[in-house]
Design a binder for this molecule. Structure first.
Ligand code: SF4
Ligand code: SF4
Length: 472
């Protein structure tokens, strides 16, 4: 009980709470809401932003467009310095299906480096505002000449046209720069059981996916339905926090079922969400094939490309934390300098740390060097940052109790520090999803997740499967 009080666990008195919308398909008692073993209710840093997305049309400064994709060599620019470009014009590409389009019109400036998606000194193409008054008038839409797939006569033709539209957008998924069209091709080799729209906030203050789903629900559900068809999945689910009911009537029109899940951390991580859905007898995902989980922004981009015939040149980014006065969700062009965005959100004078991603797992970055990329989602600005001094493990067992993967983090971190690779492997270290709960919850302030993460990086992938040496 004491631990629950200290770390903000939700008291069981709330069991039996309903979803909040009587006509919502996901309405039900607590027992029907998907949940995970372990996990914690994070208290949240600062006020959660409202679900309204704010536009910012008057930013006139330079944009720094990332050329790095995270997977291969950077894209190669096909424009020259001082060349005027239109909105939507192709600026750079590579042989792996990645494309860079101009988020707005302007003049190409020099190539430089910035921090992109937590990686420092990545090449970017600078785009200056143009003094030419006619610049804004006509954009260059690369999808303008594509045929609407719904005009196709056969399913095969419709499939090809849809893939063509997606291939020309170069939508990237995940952290490694894989394109969506590559994923669709890869999925042809195996059965797919379900596609899922993941609108579960990773932390209470990082509710950006819900904001996108609330404001653009028809596009998101349409995008999910398109991917369900392309991946030949028998069912499509929209997972959302039970506190935030979504437009399930629209979802049903697109054959998407709503699923309410608890707000426990790290329920919003894709692997954990899948585990949570698997536990429900209503979905039985594991038995039928693979599951693919997409964030609402990707699904909206799919809908725009396939049904709207246009590119999604903006990014909806959440700025939260106690270091900003007006946390919120902002619709901004890709390439926006992070400092400008944070100042728009009311950056305080006494902020201590800016984190890209969630507060327990994200990376600390320099806001003067970082830019918004096509994969940026959340930025946390933290004011009350207190470094802790690690002490000895007191064997309280809290880390074991709350680990959502059912591991023994205390033992794992001990064997990691002692370099016992084989023991770590036998303790199923690979199942750790690096959620950070163990480090957060530890009363001795031990950096448990960091030790485990380091050990995982050193384990050799071949050794794990073929019995060779266990470290690189
Ligand atoms: S970081 Fe890994 S070991 Fe620690 S709580 Fe999360 S899953 Fe468990
Ligand atoms: S590592 Fe920390 S949380 Fe885990 S048993 Fe030891 S003191 Fe407790």
């Amino acid at each position: 009980m004491l631990k629950n009080f200290i770390f903000g666990k939700r008291p069981h008195a709330e069991a039996g709470q309903t979803c909040g919308r009587r006509d919502c398909a996901c309405t039900g008692l607590w027992g029907k809401v998907c949940d995970i073993p372990g996990g914690i209710y994070l208290p949240g840093i600062g006020e959660p932003p409202s679900l309204t997305i704010q536009d910012w049309p008057d930013y006139q400064g330079p944009l720094y467009l990332p050329l790095a994709t995270g997977r291969t060599e950077p894209m190669v620019p096909i424009v020259q310095p001082r060349q005027p470009v239109k909105q939507g014009e192709l600026l750079a590409r590579d042989d792996f299906g990645h494309f860079l389009y101009a988020p707005r019109c302007g003049v190409i400036a020099e190539q430089t480096t910035k921090t992109v998606f937590g990686h420092t000194e990545q090449p970017v193409l600078a785009l200056q505002t143009s003094a030419d008054a006619t610049c804004d008038v006509a954009g260059a839409n690369p999808l303008a000449d594509t045929v609407n797939p719904w005009q196709a006569k056969t399913d095969a033709e419709r499939y090809d046209l849809t893939c063509q539209s997606l291939a020309r957008t170069g939508i990237m998924i995940g952290d490694h720069g894989e394109t969506l069209i590559d994923l669709i091709k890869r999925a042809h080799d195996h059965a797919v059981a379900v596609v899922v729209a993941n609108a579960v906030p990773v932390e209470p203050t990082l509710n950006g996916p819900l904001a996108v789903l609330q404001e653009h629900s028809p596009e998101v559900f349409a995008g999910l339905s398109i991917l369900k068809t392309l991946l030949r999945a028998p069912q499509a689910l929209a997972a959302h926090s039970y506190h935030f009911p979504i437009d399930c009537a629209t979802a049903e029109q697109w054959n998407v079922r709503c699923v309410a899940v608890t707000e426990k951390y790290p329920q919003g991580l894709p692997g954990v969400l899948l585990r949570s859905l698997n536990k429900s007898p209503r979905y039985c995902l594991k038995r039928n094939g693979a599951a693919y989980i997409f964030d609402p922004q990707t699904l909206r981009a799919v809908e725009r490309a396939v049904l709207g015939g246009s590119l999604l040149l903006e990014r909806i980014v959440t700025v939260a934390g106690d270091g900003v006065l007006q946390p919120g969700h902002f619709r901004v062009p890709v390439g926006l300098p992070l400092r400008a965005l944070l100042e728009r959100a009311g950056l305080t004078d006494d902020w201590r740390c800016v984190v890209e991603g969630a507060s327990l797992t994200g990376r600390s970055i320099d806001p003067d060097q970082a830019v918004v990329s096509a994969r940026s989602g959340n930025f946390m600005v933290i004011r009350n940052f207190k470094p802790v001094r690690p002490e000895r493990c007191i064997r309280c067992g809290w880390c074991i109790m709350d680990c959502p993967a059912g591991l023994d983090p205390a033992r794992l971190s001990t064997v990691a520090e002692m370099g016992q690779y084989r023991t770590a492997s036998s303790l199923n270290i690979e199942a750790c999803m690096e959620c950070g709960i163990c480090s957060y919850i530890c009363p001795s302030g031990l950096p448990i997740m960091e030790s485990i993460r380091m050990m995982k990086r050193r384990l050799h992938p071949v050794a794990r499967t073929e019995g060779g040496p266990l470290y690189a």
